[in-house]
Design a binder for this molecule. Structure first.
Ligand SMILES: [Zn+2]
Length: 212
């Protein structure tokens, strides 16, 4: 699996290009203000991007969706329970003092036709509400092996967890999502967080102060 990531001010939210080394097919995850850099990665690696996959619809994770869609012409996927946030992105921007453009309509909800495949890889979509109602984690690995890398959005960070004070957030639900869904993966599972550095399930199980 080839993983490219970058983040830019002011939110330093990680966007990802994940692709199959042998077929070149790939996906874009959470394109935000860093979308042009993500598209540069995709061009440089000759990635045939098949979809825009969103972990949730907070503004910092979706401000690049319109640009990515205009360039790539591929479907946008979101959990249905976050549609109210997606459609409210202009208001989300105002709440934080930013002028944000409305984004193009969501094409598909994760409750249809999953798991998603690109090249030799499969994407399992795991509902992990708590940070917001439609938060999901994307577990990606080869079709041939059970090993997965997790793209967790703002559910879990290295040494921290997502905030739960925004509309639809709930602390107990978030902790339950992490314990029941993410901690079901083995300790060596790599976690790509929505903000900050990568971590592993084992490191967070042992040292995350919200979960030990
Ligand atoms: Zn968020």
């Amino acid at each position: 699996m080839r993983v490219r990531t970058t983040a830019v001010a002011p939110f330093f939210k990680n966007g990802y290009v994940v692709s199959c080394e042998s077929t070149g097919e790939g996906v874009l995850i959470d394109p935000g203000d860093e979308v042009k850099a993500l598209l540069d990665f995709a061009r440089a690696d000759r990635v045939d991007v098949r979809a825009i996959l969103l972990t949730h619809a907070h503004m910092d994770h979706i401000t690049g969706v319109g640009h990515a869609k205009a360039v790539l012409h591929v479907p946008i996927w979101l959990d249905r329970a976050d549609l109210f946030l997606y459609e409210d992105v202009v208001e989300q921007g105002k709440m934080f003092g930013f002028e944000v453009d409305p984004q193009p309509p969501v094409d598909n909800f994760y409750d249809h036709a999953m798991p998603f495949r690109f090249g030799n890889y499969v994407v399992d979509v795991l509902p992990t509400p708590g940070h917001c109602p439609g938060g999901v984690c994307l577990a990606i690995g080869t079709i041939a092996s059970p090993a997965r890398e997790l793209f967790v959005g703002d559910t879990l960070f290295a040494g921290s967890i997502g905030r739960t004070d925004l509309p639809g957030g709930d602390y107990e639900t978030l902790i339950r999502s992490i314990r029941d869904v993410l901690f079901a993966f083995p300790d060596d599972t790599i976690v790509h967080a929505g903000h900050g550095p990568d971590t592993t399930i084992g490191d967070e199980r042992r040292t995350n102060p919200f979960l030990t």
